[in-house]
Write a protein that binds this ligand. Structure first.
Ligand code: VAH
Length: 336
């Protein structure tokens, strides 16, 4: 009888330990690298709403805004410093990393080697920590900049010619191939989408070629006039930030077996050129005037697709956008 009672106690203790370990592993602490950037600012807010602030660690190389600091844990991290990154991952038992740090297209053309070093070294640091099993899942964004001048411009397919002509685009295409390599060789669960130009109101533009589509709203509201650095007919794929956040969380929440592409997924919402955007703004601000002073960023934009086909993202993990040009403009002018 005493032996049976002893065995029963042992079994109960083992079940209890397994339960506690399961609970600990279920605490999916998330670390966002580049939390003060255009995407990071919105993503921190969304993830803290769903996962709880203590479980979402914001980080950036720059000091955070007061709002970001007050809303949950923040750590200063230079993502090129692998030891510092590892220290924070251990401190918070991080299970998922959203790596949003990058030097964008226009800025990287001014300092090519700094752009390449930041974009690639930071990615390798995160991939290596995942290969060593210190984190379970990674999100890393690519971009339509990974396409190039010989890529079909209209309805650009998921699989096609990719010959990027910018440092940023070369780093994004290289990064896609490295993500696929780490998945195939080491089983690293890294997921990625190719963002189009992103439009949001919470942060200032950050050196991207597509950022005219952010600046224009601030100028239209405050000055009634905007001088655009792209030509009036330079069309680009664009997306409103709420949809970009939806796609980002959507691919990360999808079951692993649904993620059939481990380079990066095309995602799309709508496309426009500066003239079309200006006309839509005029429906809200009739006296708004857009002028043009085209610079070298127009050449960058002409090397990118004009519209994107995202069939695979819609079929594999259920992506679909909510905003179109009309609803995006209406919401931006309300929120700016
Ligand atoms: C840039 N906003 O303009 C980024 C984007 C499609 C380009 O990745 O550099």
């Amino acid at each position: 009888m005493r032996f049976i009672s002893f065995c029963f106690k042992v079994v109960i203790r083992i079940i209890g330990l397994l339960f506690l370990r399961e609970m600990a592993s279920m605490r999916d602490t998330v670390l966002i690298l580049g939390a003060s950037g255009q995407i990071g600012t919105d993503l921190v807010h969304s993830l803290r709403e769903t996962k709880g602030s203590p479980n979402v660690i914001a980080s950036d190389i720059r000091k955070p805004s007061e709002e970001l600091l007050q809303s949950g844990p923040f750590e200063e991290i230079d993502v090129r410093d692998r030891e510092r990154l590892f220290e924070v991952i251990k401190k918070y038992k991080v299970s998922e990393v959203y790596h949003l740090v990058a030097m964008l297209s226009a800025t990287a053309e001014k300092t090519p080697m700094k752009g390449w070093d930041l974009n690639m070294q930071s990615l390798f640091n995160v991939l290596e920590l995942a290969r060593e099993k210190h984190v379970q899942k990674i999100y890393w964004p690519s971009s339509i900049a990974a396409f190039g001048p010989t890529t079909p411009k209209e309805d650009t397919p998921q699989f096609t010619v990719m010959d990027p002509g910018t440092v940023y685009g070369i780093s994004k295409l290289s990064g896609e191939l490295w993500c696929d390599y780490y998945f195939k060789k080491y089983g690293v669960d890294v997921r990625s989408i190719r963002y189009p130009g992103l439009i949001s109101y919470k942060t200032e533009p950050g050196g991207g070629t597509t950022d005219y589509a952010v600046e224009i709203f601030h100028r239209a509201k405050n000055a009634g006039q905007y001088t655009c650095y792209l030509a009036e007919d330079t069309a680009l794929p664009m997306m409103y930030m709420p949809d970009a956040i939806k796609a980002t969380i959507g691919i990360m929440d999808a079951p692993a077996e649904k993620i059939k592409i481990r380079t990066s997924y095309n995602v799309a919402a709508f496309s426009f050129d500066p003239h079309t955007l200006g006309e839509e703004i005029k429906k809200h601000i009739p006296d708004f005037v857009i002028n043009y002073k085209v610079d070298d960023r127009n050449e960058i934009a002409l090397g990118w697709p004009q519209s994107i086909n995202d069939t695979e993202a819609r079929e594999h993990w259920g992506w679909q956008h909510d905003y179109n040009l009309k609803t995006m403009v209406g919401d931006m002018l309300k929120k700016i």
